[in-house]
Ligand binder design. Structure first.
Ligand SMILES: [Zn+2]
Ligand SMILES: [Zn+2]
Length: 265
């Protein structure tokens, strides 16, 4: 099994050394994992800078690959925090450095932080959801330097809707934009830990992705602590199988490799 979203002390919001997470993954029988450290340029909360020491990161990943060779494959990934004014800066970074896997996530919208709640001030939850998805659509129409979209319905984690509205129209537009470009999405298990009762995205959105022809999907724990590696992956695999997905993707040098779900389960 594979876990393609996790953080170590190279991410500003995480203090877990890579070794701890790798050893937890080996103990759980994982064959391949990918660290996806944060780079969030111009992050609106001044308490965080979310930059990455790329030279040390490269060096550390190589060390880990050698140290754990034969036990587990360790990939070098990155999670970029996209915003409409940052395409150029990310192009520069991603052209200079090499990564196996690039997660494109939106942690700030309208130049405001989702996490600290600023983005939701002065908006109804419906307005906030709509704005978030429209801005994400704007980004994926213009920015292609990534492998998959991270936790696409993240906005749900911070603000619950009173009335059940699924936003499938706008999310469908996002899928219709990314699928022909060969981009995928992830299933992010941290939704369980944040009390959503499901991974991110939720099953209805995964069904929509499947209905629109989406095939590239990765699974990630978004672990910031070693014990969260692979959290509830069995349930996620069962759900994906049930929806009708056939494969899980891993990435090397930004190229996907597909693995049959029936052979992993
Ligand atoms: Zn994220
Ligand atoms: Zn993450």
């Amino acid at each position: 099994m594979f876990d393609f979203h996790m953080h170590s002390d190279f991410s500003e919001d995480c203090s877990t050394p890579m070794e701890a997470t790798i050893e937890a993954a080996i103990a759980k029988g994982f064959s391949q994992i990918c660290f996806t450290e944060h780079v969030d340029y111009d992050y609106p909360d001044p308490d965080f800078t979310f930059d990455l020491g790329t030279v040390n990161y490269e060096k550390k990943i190589r060390e880990m690959q050698e140290k754990y060779a034969g036990q587990i494959t360790v990939k070098k990934g990155i999670e970029i925090g996209i915003q409409p004014h940052l395409f150029e800066r990310y192009h520069k970074l991603l052209n200079k450095e090499s990564f196996d896997f690039i997660i494109c996530s939106m942690h700030a919208s309208d130049k405001k932080d989702l996490h600290n709640g600023d983005f939701f001030a002065g908006r109804t939850p419906e307005e906030a959801y709509q704005f978030y998805y429209e801005e994400l659509l704007y980004c994926v129409e213009r920015f292609d330097r990534y492998s998959i979209l991270g936790h696409i319905d993240l906005v749900k984690r911070y603000k619950k809707l009173d009335v059940e509205r699924n936003f499938h129209d706008i999310i469908g537009e996002i899928f219709k934009t990314i699928i022909p470009k060969g981009k995928g999405i992830e299933v992010n298990a941290s939704g369980f830990a944040y009390g959503l009762g499901s991974p991110m995205p939720s099953r209805d959105i995964l069904e929509l992705y499947h209905d629109l022809g989406g095939e590239i999907i990765t699974i990630g724990s978004d672990a910031h602590k070693a014990e969260h590696v692979g959290h509830r992956f069995d349930e996620i695999l069962a759900m994906l199988d049930d929806i009708g997905f056939e494969n899980i993707a891993t990435f090397t040098d930004e190229e996907p490799t597909l693995h049959k779900i029936t052979e992993i389960r």
